[in-house]
Unconditional design. Structure first.
Lengths: 443, 822
């Protein structure tokens, strides 16, 4: 009896994953624990290990398919075994060998309840009309069940899928129909209605340069695609306001020096300026809960604890792991957790759940010489702090000018729900707290 | 059928013996003195010249076909050449006493007849008339080429001879300056201004067409007679017999007004060369022995039949002169058995393996050119030198004609490239109120006829609440057709209508009820049960210049008129390159209840044949508006009607059937019911079942269905249908035609190509089963039903929630049927 291997659910919020690359071909021997394929969720890239041993009899999906979790992705067993019973509904035969005994369609029809007599056959393709409509509405048809004969995806299936999507204003619809624009998933109009303002010009055709001028063409997929969508959605669906200030960095640097010089046994030598900064951010936020909040579906949820996201630059792109309950950790605990998460991100082993649930994010470009910048919100969070480098700033001290080391702080807030003054007050408090770092450490 | 002729059993049961007239065989007595006195030397010598023209012309073609060269001019002629070497005297003798008003129709072997009749006409026409013809025919294009490249000759008649030779040869070679722009070629070349009417590549094909032409002359009081030059082997063809029956009807004498002048002036001239392909009608493939005997079987006059010696031009000329007089007096038809012999094979590819060389030698000994040559010398009409000079002169002339005709520069061919020139010839697309300007002959004013009754009926079949009115009080589909017929009968004096039950009965389905009282016999009459001749004579009538409505009752009977409809009616406008028009409407109906040979929808067969307009109205409004349209044009129309609908009033077109004249726009389908989810296109009475299906789909499944009545098979403007399919994405086509090969599949394929990206499923066709039509009680299993349409949608296009199919319309069932050939 052939056994299936399902698309694993690798996180609480994981609903589906894209199969990036198959590691085994049909006919290959497979042992339990062998890597079957590499998948990518909206947050990370992972490997799916086989949960059965035998011969790979069928792969039910192709590379690039977005597969819902818990659906069978392969069948493993002895050569010749029937795999059709394992094939997920609505999925066409791809690289699977022909079933040993095909059931006549007519017989199936009699035993299958109407109205969709043929959908069980599941190889009906997509009608040209449905395909065009989906393209026009930017609807991904993969995985969509077809209600036409033989499971063909027809126009009404696309309409059904579209009813869950936000409405489009007439002007926006006309603009979309013109073909020159693309719409986001959610609009800024009432109840997410997509308005003309939400539309973005469609990708312009590349200027026709000589072939040799092109260094490389990189398809946007995987993490990059997710980042691209998230960033654009962030800019399009929130009202972002960035404000900058500088904080006296001397306490930070002094304390960092002390940590570096501390006894190795204390395990504090690796604590970075950023760790210190995040520590102070988490503590400060406790007094400004309106910034430690999520804004969803017409409601703002304030959080008791701070779950602090921080941006990690990886070869695959930007990843934001979350330090759970950062506001309750000691400096050492927090620094260790940050180090663990960053390493996991770098080598691609971060668990999806570690990438979820942040209530505030810190992003640091200081080590790249940036003084201040405008961080982009990570919705539904309502604020993000950008950290710049430490540099000398002239300061008037007792009628004299002194050059004092400062650190750049850039706060972006969602002005939809956070007003400018509370944002500024938080920034002011943060700068003050950094200047009195030793007091914060007592909290 | 008429009440004026009583079938008295006392008469028909009385004992007696049938005796026929004697049939003269080669009765001509040659009397050189009388002949000299009658014709004069010049004409007698011209007979020889014309025979040499033919002999040399055909010899030239024989060389070109067999050797690829004539007098040093090389040419590869790809098309046919059925030569008449040996038959010259028959052709020249025939034309001697014909005037340009007399028409000859011919066969595949008629080059000689074209030249003989043409040369005869050139001799008789005034120079002014000749010049007018040459300057106006094809805008003078052939004339200019002749003048420039062949030479004007010594006189205008000389020029006309060059013109005749060139126009014929260029036509044989398929070139644009040919008499029919190369569209006819060797077997179909003709030139109406000289009375040379279409020659026909179908054996015996000219017989009924020529009868129709003679009918045109008789009905419209046109001068001249009509000759059908057909071969002895065509006596085996049904349509030839049908043509003779049609030509010999008693009614011309018993029922038609005396003033009309009797029977159509038709002469069936059998060019009896004793061979039909490889068979010999005498002694092998037929039993008449002497072909002229057949006249005895046709009418009391035995068709004035005679055997004539076709190897003596003067015997032939004498016979034609005598027979022409009989015909002009209205005592036709005439049958001539003109014996002759072809020295060449059937065609250049025929090695004559079926005949003995000795036989050919025997005929060469009596070769008319040799004998007549001797006759002229013996009777001092010409010297040897003078006669020999003809050959030299004619050869020289032919060299010039051939040089011009084979030159691609001088004589180009029609090439698609500048538009669609051949496509443009397929239809004349004219609107003509009356084919001739005179007062139409009618018996009573329209207002005093049944027309008044139909005009006063309810024009819409439903009352203001949508409830049906009494059908008896409403204008029906049949009466709507009647009104269209009446209109054109009272407009166009040339219009005639006939069929097997048209007069007195008023048509098997009552369409012509009332016309008998309105029209004289020669405009509305009953024909023999001769579907081939009904259609064929109508072709002849139309191309001669008259408007005609032929009627075949059931479209199943088109099989009996296959050649006439598909090869003649459909093709003569284009084979003549627009020289001829075909204002012919062939009314046929789609039956029901009468089983396998009376209940078929054959629109698809007509759709397949280029050159036919095909219409099928499904409502009284369209019945009148489309027949008006058909009767106003100059193109051949196969007009389908539905027997299911004859008694139905208008229920779909708001306002009903207008009392006044109107036309439906050519090729435009009608949207009968608007919808947005699915399109059903129908042809014919299936419309009503589609509307029922639409109503059920709407009430039970909430689908908004658009129903379109195509109305036209050809031409057909797809715009409206495509618009609908782009809107709905789903299409079913349905008609009562058998599903396999149905025109619905042509439409389905066209729409699939043109609206592919809009389709939400395959285009499905619902047709009648590929069976015989079973008994009336089982017809629901054969013709498309409402349930078939809905089940087809459910199985192939859009599964309907909660729907339980009652018929099997699955893909598998479709495959099974095809696998079994049913």
């Amino acid at each position: 009896m052939a056994a299936p291997v399902v698309m694993p659910k690798l996180g609480n919020t994981m609903e589906s994953a894209i199969i990036m690359r198959w590691a085994k071909n049909v006919g290959d021997p497979v042992a339990e624990g062998d890597v079957l394929c590499e998948i990518e969720t909206d947050k990370a890239t992972m490997e799916v290990e086989s949960t059965a041993s035998g011969t790979l009899l069928a792969r039910f999906f192709n590379e690039g398919d977005d597969v819902p979790v818990l659906l069978n992705i392969v069948a493993i067993g002895a050569p010749g075994e029937d795999v059709e019973s394992l094939r997920p509904e609505g999925v066409g035969a791809s690289s699977a060998p022909a079933p040993a005994e095909a059931t006549p369609a007519a017989a199936q029809m009699q035993t299958t309840p109407l109205p969709v007599p043929a959908s069980v056959v599941g190889n009906g393709g997509i009608s040209p009309r449905a395909k065009n409509l989906a393209a026009q509405k930017q609807l991904d048809l993969s995985g969509l069940p077809g209600s036409g004969p033989h499971g063909r995806i027809i126009e009404r299936d696309v309409h059904a899928a579209l009813t869950g999507r936000p409405k489009v204003t007439p002007l926006a619809r006309e603009m979309l129909a013109s073909g020159g624009f693309v719409a986001p998933d959610q609009g800024t109009g009432a109840r997410g209605r997509i308005t003309s303002k939400d539309l973005q010009p469609a990708a312009a055709t590349l200027p026709s340069l000589q072939e040799g001028d092109i260094l490389e063409v990189i398809p946007v997929k995987g993490t990059r695609k997710i980042i691209s969508q998230r960033m654009l959605a962030s800019m399009q669906t929130t009202a972002q306001l960035t404000m900058n200030t500088f904080a006296d960095a001397r306490p930070l640097m002094a304390y960092r020096q002390r940590l570096k010089n501390s006894a190795e046994a204390l395990g504090l030598r690796d604590v970075t300026i950023n760790d210190l900064l995040m520590y102070v951010v988490a503590r400060t936020l406790l007094s400004y809960p309106e910034l430690n909040a999520l804004y969803t579906d017409e409601q703002i949820t304030l959080y008791r604890r701070v779950h602090l996201g921080f941006a990690v630059d990886t070869p695959r792109g930007l990843i934001v792991p979350v330090i759970r309950s950062a506001s309750e950790l000691t400096l050492k605990q927090q620094a260790q957790e940050a180090r663990r998460l960053a390493a996991a991100c770098q080598n691609g082993t971060v668990a999806p759940d570690d990438l979820n649930g942040g209530t505030f994010t810190v992003t640091n470009l200081g080590n790249l010489g940036i003084e201040t910048f405008t961080p982009i919100l990570n919705p539904p969070q309502v604020a993000i702090l950008g950290v710049g480098n430490i540099h000398l700033k002239p300061v008037a001290v007792d009628g004299d000018v002194q050059f004092i080391q400062h650190i750049g702080l850039s706060l972006t807030i969602n002005h939809q729900v956070v007003d400018g003054a509370p944002g500024a007050r938080f920034l002011q408090a943060l700068a003050a707290n950094l200047a009195q770092l030793e007091l914060m450490l007592a909290l | 059928m008429t009440k004026t002729i009583t079938i008295d059993p006392a008469d028909v049961r009385a004992r007696s013996t049938l005796r026929g007239p004697e049939i003269p065989i080669n009765a001509y007595d040659s009397d050189p003195k009388k002949e000299a006195a009658k014709y004069g030397t010049a004409t007698l010598v011209r007979i020889y010249r014309d025979m040499v023209f033919i002999r040399e012309f055909e010899t030239m073609l024989d060389r070109i076909k067999k050797e690829g060269v004539y007098e040093g001019i090389e040419y590869n002629h790809k098309g046919p050449a059925h030569l008449s070497i040996g038959q010259e005297a028959s052709a020249v003798g025939q034309s001697l006493n014909l005037t340009p008003d007399d028409f000859i129709f011919g066969s595949h072997r008629s080059h000689g007849e074209i030249l003989a009749k043409g040369l005869s006409a050139i001799e008789q026409l005034s120079e002014d008339e000749l010049m007018r013809i040459m300057e106006t025919y094809m805008d003078g294009n052939p004339l200019r080429i002749v003048e420039k490249h062949i030479g004007a000759g010594d006189s205008l008649r000389d020029l006309a001879i060059n013109y005749l030779l060139y126009g014929t040869l260029a036509e044989i070679f398929g070139r644009e300056p040919g008499f029919n722009m190369g569209m006819g070629g060797s077997m179909h070349a003709f030139f109406p201004p000289f009375g040379v009417m279409p020659n026909n590549a179908i054996v015996g094909g000219s017989a009924d067409i020529a009868v129709g032409s003679a009918l045109y002359k008789r009905v419209n009081r046109k001068p001249g007679i009509v000759i059908a030059n057909i071969g002895d082997a065509s006596m085996g063809c049904g349509p030839v017999w049908e043509a003779m029956m049609f030509a010999a009807m008693d009614q011309y004498h018993t029922l038609w007004d005396d003033e009309i002048g009797g029977a159509p002036p038709i002469l069936f001239n059998f060019m009896n060369n004793f061979y039909g392909m490889g068979g010999q009608p005498k002694g092998e493939t037929m039993g008449f022995g002497v072909l002229a005997r057949v006249g005895l079987g046709v009418n009391e006059d035995a068709m004035h039949a005679e055997r004539v010696d076709g190897y003596n031009p003067l015997a032939v000329a004498d016979a034609i002169e005598r027979k022409k007089a009989i015909l002009l007096e209205g005592h036709g038809p005439v049958l001539l058995d003109t014996i002759t012999y072809r020295f060449a094979g059937h065609s250049p590819s025929d090695a004559s393996t079926y005949r003995d060389k000795h036989e050919i030698d025997l005929w060469r000994e009596v070769d008319s050119l040799v004998n007549y040559h001797e006759y002229l010398k013996d009777n001092s009409h010409a010297t040897e030198d003078a006669l020999e000079a003809f050959k030299t002169d004619i050869t020289g002339r032919l060299v010039k004609v051939l040089s011009a005709a084979v030159s691609d520069n001088i004589s180009p061919r029609i090439r698609p490239g500048n538009g669609d020139p051949i496509g443009a010839m397929m239809f004349s697309n004219q609107i003509v109120d009356r084919m001739e300007d005179r007062t139409p002959e009618v018996l009573i004013p329209k207002e005093e006829s049944r027309y008044k009754t139909t005009q006063e009926k309810f024009r819409f079949g439903l009352d203001e609440n949508g409830k049906p009115l009494s059908k008896m009080k409403c204008l029906t589909y049949a009466e709507a057709l009647f009104e269209a017929m009446v209109h054109r009968f009272y407009e166009d004096p040339t219009m005639v209508a006939y069929g097997e039950e048209n007069r007195d009965w008023g048509g098997a389905f009552g369409v012509y009820r009332g016309l008998t009282e309105m029209l004289p016999y020669h405009r509305l009459f009953n024909s023999p049960i001769s579907e081939g001749a009904i259609a064929g004579t109508a072709v002849g009538y139309a191309i001669s210049g008259g408007r005609v409505v032929a009627e075949l009752m059931y479209c199943d009977f088109m099989g009996r008129a296959g050649d006439e409809i598909f090869n003649q009616m459909a093709k003569w406008q284009s084979m003549s390159a627009g020289v001829l028009r075909m204002p012919l409407v062939l009314r046929v109906s789609v039956g029901a209840k009468y089983g396998a040979q009376h209940s078929q929808d054959w629109t698809s067969i007509c759709a397949h044949i280029p050159g036919l307009k095909v219409m099928f109205p499904a409502t009284p409004y369209d019945a009148k508006g489309m027949l008006n349209l058909a009767l106003h044009g100059t193109d051949p129309v196969v007009f389908f009607e539905s027997q299911r609908l004859y008694t139905e009033p208008e229920t779909l077109v708001a306002g009903g059937v207008p009392t006044e004249y109107y036309e439906v726009e050519m090729g435009e389908p009608a949207v009968r019911h608007e919808g947005t989810d699915l399109t059903i296109v129908t042809v014919g009475a299936t419309l009503y079942r589609a509307l029922e299906a639409a109503a059920e789909l709407e009430s039970k499944h909430g689908l908004s269905v658009e129903v379109i009545d195509a109305r036209f098979i050809n031409p057909l403007n797809y715009d409206k249908i495509l618009q609908s399919v782009r809107k709905t994405g789903k299409l079913v086509l349905a008609s009562d035609a058998c599903e396999r090969g149905s025109f619905m599949h042509t439409m389905a394929s066209t729409i699939s190509q043109l609206a592919f990206s809009y389709l939400d499923g395959p285009v499905a066709v619902v047709g009648a089963r590929n069976w015989i039509t079973p008994p009336a009680e089982l017809e629901e299993d054969f013709f498309p039903q409402t349930a078939w349409i809905i089940d087809t949608i459910h199985e192939r296009i859009l599964p309907l929630p909660g729907h339980q199919p009652s018929t099997v319309q699955t893909d598998d069932e479709l495959l099974r049927r095809y696998r079994c050939g049913i």
